[in-house]
Write a new protein. Structure first.
Length: 210
């Protein structure tokens, strides 16, 4: 009990000497309890107000973050069925990704077909076959960072070259020329051009084909 409350109790006792001291003390304590209760309610109200303000600010921060993310351009490339995103605009139409790096799952499937066709080439020795398969495997890795349009053109030209080497040798010269032309669009990817040049060299050397 504070000195002020004790002083007030003393004044009441002086003013009303016949009042029961216990009763007077109970009244003082009750008043003190009421004051403490009001103080507690006031503190809780302030705390609730602060929490509400913090939650509102946090919500606004989340909204601002969401709006910022929405305004960013998104690039999506697919690797083994997983979507990987970063900064670059791209469009998805009927599950086809446009403006992104080529679908790695599709690359692997097409490369596997090329490798199988290499294995089926007539009059090809084991060393040449392994060399071609090794180059095609390197091409798989090198094409990961190539724009989809250019990578598809490269794969298509490679597929045709391998197919003509086995089934249409008379067309192979023109097909290899198309493959060379496809590399011209990949000046910023010299490794791809180098690998393709090696493939063209082997296919055009007469080491494979009928």
């Amino acid at each position: 009990m504070s000195s002020e409350h004790i002083l007030n109790a003393a004044r009441l006792m002086a003013a009303f000497p016949d009042m029961d001291c216990k009763r007077l003390l109970a009244q003082v304590l009750q008043k003190k309890e009421q004051e403490m209760m009001l103080l507690k309610m006031e503190c809780e109200a302030r705390e609730s107000k602060i929490k509400y303000r913090m939650q509102k600010e946090h919500t606004n921060d989340l909204k601002n973050l969401f709006n910022a993310l929405q305004s960013r351009d998104i690039k999506i490339s697919v690797e083994g069925g997983k979507a990987v995103t970063n900064d670059r605009t791209q469009t998805i139409t009927n599950s086809t990704i446009i403006g992104s790096t080529v679908n790695q799952g599709e690359i692997r499937e097409r490369i596997n077909n090329i490798v199988q066709n290499i294995g089926a080439l007539p009059v090809v020795d084991a060393d040449t076959e392994n060399q071609l398969k090794g180059l095609v495997a390197q091409l798989t890795e090198a094409l990961k960072d190539v724009p989809e349009k250019d990578a598809n053109a490269m794969l298509t030209a490679t597929e045709r070259a391998v197919e003509d080497a086995g089934k249409n040798p008379s067309l192979l010269g023109g097909t290899l020329e198309s493959l060379k032309q496809a590399t011209l669009a990949l000046k910023s990817h010299p490794m791809v051009a180098k690998i393709v040049s090696e493939i063209v060299k082997i296919l055009g050397s007469g080491a494979v084909g009928g």
